[in-house]
Design a protein around this ligand. Sequence first.
Ligand code: F6R
Length: 619
Amino acid sequence: MCGIVGYVGPNADDKALGVVMEGLARLEYRGYDSAGVALVADGEVVGDKKAGKLENLRAALEARDLPPSATAIGHTRWATHGGPTDANAHPHRGGTDNKLAVVHNGIIENFHALKNELLEQGVEFRSETDTEVSAHLVARAFEEAGDLTEAMRQVVNRLEGAFTLLAVHADAPDTVVAARRNSPLVVGLGEGENFLGSDVAAFIGYTRNALELAQDQIVTITPTSHEVINFDGSPAEGKAYEVTWDAAAAEKGGYDTFMEKEIHDQPHAVRDTLLGRTDETGRLVLDELRISEEQLSGINRIYVVACGTAAYAGMTAKYAIEHWTRIPVEVSLAHEFRYCDPIVDERTLVVSISQSGETMDTLMAVKHANELGALTISICNTHGSTIPRESDAVLYTHAGPEIAVASTKAFVAQITACYVLGLYLSQLRGKQYADDAKNVMAELAEIPEKIETLLGSMDRVAEIARFMADSRAVLFLGRNVGYPIALEGALKLKELAYIHAEGFAAGELKHGPIALIEPGQPVFVIVPGPDTPHDLHKKVVSNIQEIRARGARTLVIAEEGDEDVVAFADEVIRVPQAPPLLEPLLTVIPLQVFALHLATAKGLDVDQPRNLAKSVTVE
Ligand code: F6R
């Protein structure tokens, strides 16, 4: 939610604008309502900002003749306070001759009070944003303190809410100062140049050496130094790490869109998430998990907290974890968790799932769980992000950077990581299914190849999607682990194609939603394999008959060789055979491909759907 970039390099080099624009392009997935840059050059701060996508800013900059500069900040916005206009776009300016510029990600909750105070002192506001107060405050503090770091320090101690703030000042030409509280910020360490970004994608084209900051810290970068302090002024140090992927991983790699590329990355996402999880005897060893085996063996309840697609990964995992461990698992939308008076104590394990590691709702749920004394584990795709840092332990998914706003490869990686965790817990507890862990790991290891096969047979799904471009509503049905996949299929279609879509547990249909079925209504049905316990396969086949009898157009996702569905399906989409609990890793793929192609047929931007942002860093 909002992307921010900062750069400072050698004076002889005037590459600041190029670096910042490149960083913004890589971060545009975080928000694309407007964009802007500020450069320090010749004793002043210059730049531009424009409503709309980065292209608008690029065009505006090309029409201007900006002076060479070695210091710059940039911003791509997802609007919170104030609509997406030029005036509300960042950077915001303050001080005599507008010598200061700031960019901000997050929400300054006490901005009304601060704004009133500034208005009383005669300050004129040029935008409706919460951010602008910080520009005036830092500018004024700089005029008194004469030091940008100290000015930032004084101001952040007055701010409430969540923020990453970057500031430059004309009188501090080779410096960028940044502060963070509950909002992402990483430092990129180069040779004679340094970088700041909402995530490492901002500078991955220049350096893989990154520095993670803790909460409530300020970093000051110059071309040759970086200095970290706490908000109270005491010295601090960031945590250095090396980014394990390179710039190519954040490119489209020959595909038309990031989403298409990321759908095709899924075999890797699962394979890499499984890597290195077992020892030579086949026992699971989760080295990253900084929680003792003793503590983990004692847990008697699991909560999964997550939002959106990540929550559906959690819902899928619930079936598997309960089956393998016999520990009750409750899945709570992270933004509901804090307010439902959850039954949590030191024997509760709270597992958060987040691709970005920055989702504010999920972060707040984790903090609440910590306060209640729970053990917290983060399943996360982004190194150096906030949620893993706030958790007792982390299990990283290794999906690589996910740039398209709609989550695809992170989802399969999240399910995979949850399954690994479930199997590990079952192994620790030595319970009834412990011996099966090895077998399930072997079955999981076969999934990447099955996804590859499946991806090779998606032409018909793409064709169906194109035929259906004018659909007004699409329904999705599933049972057991197929139910969260139905929800995920519907979410993908809503967010990408702006079509009304709903997912139901197939058994629930007769309790009301079947009234929606009218002749021609398209319904996807995810059919469990014939080996699924409790005759679920037969029951879902009956559900297909029920809706077909009422005129539904049935689009059936079924295992290779399942002939029972053929008589009742208008279309059969085949997936490779897999054990029932692992089917979601396959059945979700055609639904992703369907949403991608339907949205593309409608001429929509699948990487950056309207109103959304990749990383939702506000509550
Ligand atoms: C949907 C989607 C969102 C995210 C949700 C959580 O395609 O991407 O629903 O899954 O906003 O985001 P993370 O996983 O970053 O916490």
